[in-house]
Design a binder for this molecule. Structure first.
Ligand SMILES: Cc1ncc(COP(=O)(O)O)c(C=O)c1O
Length: 394
C-alpha cells in the first residue's frame, strides 16, 4: 500500500509546519567511545544523558556483563504467562528494600510504569491532580485512566490544596515528579504529602530523576526524593526508571502488596507485554549494589557544584542553582536560537540537546544540561566557555 495523495499531503504539511516553527525533530546517531561519543567524524562529550552516575559505562558492571552466563535473550512472554524468573523477582525484592516498601513490580520501562499505574487505578469516579510540568508518560497515563484530570500549577501546593478541597470525587489521586525532568527542580513533597494525608488522597511520585541520586542524607541510602524529604512512608506509590541514575533499562513500581496484586491483575501495560529480559535485571541488581557505595553520587554532587560555580561567573544566564539536581536547564527562549547554539556546541565537541515544545512550553526552549559523575571538571569548564563564546557571537 502507498499513501494516497490526500494522506501524503496531510502528513507532509504537518512536518512542514513543524519545520517552519523550528520544532522539527531528527535523530542524531552517536556511537559510544571510551569516555565520549563519536558523532560523524568528530568526538563529542555528552551533556544530554540521564546516566547521572555513569553506571551504564561503569567498568565493574561491564566486566560482569562479559562474564554473565546468559541462558535466555528474551523472556518471550509476559510475567503472568511464562516470562517471570527468579532474577526478575530478586530485583523486585531488592528494589522494595531500596525504597523501603512491601512490594515492587518491574515494568518494561518507566513510560509504561506510568501508563500502567494510572490507567489501572483511575476510573470515572476518580479525579487525578497532576502537576502542570509532569512528564508526557504521566499525561498519557492520565488520559488512559478515564478519570477526571485536574492540572495544578507547577509545584503550587496552595493551588493543589484548593482544587483538592473543592473536589467531590470518591477517589482522589495526586501525582507529581520527584525531581522534574525538564526543569530540574524538586517537588514540594513535604507540603504535597501533607495535603494528600489530610484529604485522603492517594499520593504517587514519579522519581525517575531523583532515584539512586539523592536520598536520606544521614542514612546515605540514595532511595530517592521522598526519602530526601523524610516523607517516604507518606507515598502510596513510587514510580521510577532503571534507565537513568541506575544506567540500566526498565521501570518499576514500588508500593504495598495490595497495590502490586492489583496491578498484576489490572494493569494492561504490565499484563499484555513481554517481561523485561532477566539478564537486564541481573545487571540492574549489580548496578544497584554499586550505586549504594556513594562514591559516584559524591562525584556527581561535586560536578554539579562546580558547574554552578563556573556558570555563576556569567550572570547573564538564566540558571537556578539547585544543589544535588543533575538537571540544569539554561533557558534560551527562542527555539531557533536554542537549535543554533546546540548545533555550534556540537561543532565545539559538546552535545546538549535543544529542548523545545511540546516537551516544554513554546518560547521556553532550553539547553537541558545533564551533569554526570563521569564528567571531568575541565570538560565542564570548557563547555561553559564554549557556550559563552557561542552565545556572544549570535
Ligand atoms: C519523569 C519521567 N518519568 C518517566 C520517564 C520514562 O522512563 P523510561 O525512559 O524508563 O521509559 C521519563 C523519561 O524521560 C521521565 O523523565
Amino acid at each position: 500500500m502507498v499513501l494516497n495523495q490526500d494522506n501524503t499531503l496531510f502528513y507532509k504539511n504537518i512536518l512542514k509546519d513543524l519545520d517552519y516553527n523550528d520544532l522539527f525533530r531528527e535523530i542524531k546517531t552517536f556511537d559510544v567511545q571510551k569516555n565520549s561519543l563519536k558523532y560523524k567524524n568528530s568526538t563529542v562529550k555528552n551533556f544530554s544523558s540521564n546516566d547521572y552516575l555513569g553506571l551504564s559505562k561503569n567498568q565493574i558492571i561491564l566486566d560482569r556483563v562479559n562474564k554473565l552466563k546468559i541462558r535466555q535473550i528474551s523472556q518471550c512472554s509476559s510475567q503472568l504467562i511464562s516470562g517471570s524468573s527468579s532474577k526478575i523477582k530478586n530485583l523486585e525484592k531488592n528494589l522494595s528494600l531500596h525504597r523501603n516498601v512491601q512490594s515492587s513490580l518491574i515494568f518494561p520501562n518507566g513510560y509504561m510504569a506510568n501508563l500502567g499505574v494510572l490507567s489501572a487505578l483511575g476510573d470515572k469516579d476518580t479525579i487525578i491532580f497532576s502537576d502542570k510540568l509532569n512528564h508526557a508518560s504521566i499525561i498519557d497515563g492520565c488520559k488512559l485512566s478515564h478519570s477526571k484530570i485536574e492540572i495544578f500549577q507547577h509545584n503550587d501546593f496552595l493551588n493543589l490544596e484548593d482544587l483538592v478541597k473543592k473536589s467531590k470525587f470518591k477517589r482522589k489521586i495526586i501525582i507529581t515528579e520527584g525531581i522534574f525532568s525538564m526543569d530540574g527542580d524538586f517537588s514540594n513533597l513535604k507540603e504535597i504529602s501533607k495535603i494528600a494525608k489530610e484529604n485522603e488522597c492517594i499520593l504517587i511520585v514519579d522519581d525517575a530523576h531523583g532515584d539512586f541520586i539523592i536520598g536520606n542524607e544521614n542514612k546515605k541510602n540514595y532511595a530517592g526524593t521522598p526519602d530526601f524529604f523524610n516523607i517516604n512512608e507518606q507515598i502510596d506509590i513510587h514510580i521510577s526508571s532503571l534507565s537513568k541514575g541506575l544506567g540500566c533499562f526498565g521501570g518499576y513500581v514500588a508500593s504495598s502488596e495490595l497495590i502490586s496484586k492489583y496491578l498484576i491483575n489490572k494493569s494492561r501495560p504490565f499484563i499484555f507485554t513481554s517481561a523485561i529480559p532477566e539478564f537486564l535485571c541481573e545487571l540492574a541488581n549489580i548496578s544497584l549494589k554499586v550505586s549504594k557505595d556513594g562514591t559516584l553520587q559524591n562525584k556527581l554532587y561535586s560536578n554539579i557544584d562546580y558547574f554552578h560555580k563556573v556558570i555563576g561567573e556569567y550572570p547573564h544566564y538564566e540558571v537556578q542553582k539547585r544543589r544535588f539536581s543533575p538537571i540544569i536547564p539554561i533557558i534560551i527562549g527562542s527555539e531557533k536560537k536554542t537549535i543554533e547554539i546546540s548545533r555550534r556546541l556540537l561543532k565545539d565537541g559538546f552535545f546538549i540537546q535543544a529542548i523545545r515544545y511540546p516537551t516544554v512550553k513554546k518560547n521556553k526552549a532550553r539547553l537541558r544540561v545533564s551533569i554526570s559523575a563521569e564528567h571531568k571538571k575541565k570538560q565542564i569548564r570548557n563547555l561553559i566557555h564554549s557556550l559563552n563564546k557561542i552565545t556572544k557571537a549570535i
